[in-house]
Design a protein around this ligand. Structure first.
Ligand SMILES: [Zn+2]
Length: 294
């Protein structure tokens, strides 16, 4: 099986404190839920690629491949969106600044609007100022694509249980926060929701993963799922704006317990929230609620 990803155009971020990738899983899930009712069952008329230099080059033949195809389903795997067509699929990732919007097809394109997919009177418009996203074509099962095949457990799937997490943690020397954010183990839990989930489960972020008991793994699974679900619910309430307006993609307005709150009082115990850097990521925790233990 041949997968031509072309030359990697955009390199990794410089080796300093990494920015928090935007969007995270809840935002991608909300994009999916917002787009699906409009797109599924529709036929693509034309495709315009203004800027092919994304994280991987947009295939030069994409417009020819997509014209006339019908969209049969949209799915998410980690933070990848997959558009299933009557033949072949498009794999899309929003990178750090990408968005997919539905706009009337007379809407003028601005500088960062790189791809337009025309469907009747509507454009599905891909905008990405920083161009860390991607849009690729495959005729194979997209779940076996090299970008997707090695992805870990879906945190909202029934397979993500305390037992499954304990199996991962028991074999790991990493701190639990680093493991939570390792997409080969668990997909789509980014820096914000990792910090928030660990707070909710009362687990210190530097705890060695293999020290976690099965009971604490169960608590952490519940915390990850409720944190992500709450964010998706918050996104759902703003869905109309999210998809149809000027569409600047941002985190949903939520009140975080620890993320971004260094020095502020813990909402549970009043202790000052602390910040440390782990694996080049800013990490926030309450030293009292999240005491180190197994
Ligand atoms: Zn606290």
């Amino acid at each position: 099986m041949l997968w031509n990803l072309g030359t990697r155009i955009k390199g990794a971020l410089p080796n300093r404190l990494k920015e928090d990738a935007l969007p995270e899983l809840p935002e991608v899930e909300t994009v999916l839920r917002g787009l699906s009712p409009t797109l599924v069952g529709q036929t693509i008329n034309t495709v315009t690629v203004r800027q092919p230099a994304l994280r991987f080059p947009v295939p030069i033949e994409l417009p020819t491949l997509l014209a006339g195809r019908t969209i049969i389903d949209l799915q998410r795997r980690g933070k990848y969106l997959i558009i299933f067509l009557d033949s072949g699929s498009v794999i899309c990732h929003l990178g750090m600044s990408g968005s997919l919007q539905l706009v009337p097809n007379s809407t003028p394109a601005s500088r960062h609007d790189h791809i337009d997919i025309t469907i009747g009177n509507t454009l599905l418009r891909y905008r990405d100022p920083r161009r860390f996203g991607l849009m690729l074509w495959t005729e194979e099962d997209p779940m076996t694509h090299p970008l997707l095949a090695a992805l870990g457990l879906e945190p909202l799937a029934p397979q993500f249980t305390g037992h499954a997490l304990h199996r991962l943690t028991a074999a790991s020397k990493s701190p639990i926060k680093t493991l939570l954010m390792d997409s080969h183990k668990i997909v789509g839990v980014g820096n914000i929701y990792a910090s928030e989930s660990l707070f909710q489960a009362r687990i210190h972020p530097t705890t060695p993963a293999r020290d976690l008991t099965p009971a604490r793994c169960c608590r952490l699974v519940e915390a990850v799922q409720s944190t992500l679900s709450a964010a998706i619910a918050a996104g759902g309430s703003s869905l109309r704006d999210f998809v149809h307006s000027n569409g600047k993609l941002g985190y949903f307005q939520q009140q975080y317990f620890v993320y971004g709150r260094a020095g502020a009082a813990c909402r549970v115990c009043g202790t000052a929230i602390e910040r440390l850097v782990m694996a080049q990521r800013a990490t926030y925790f309450c030293p009292r609620c999240q005491r180190r233990r197994g």
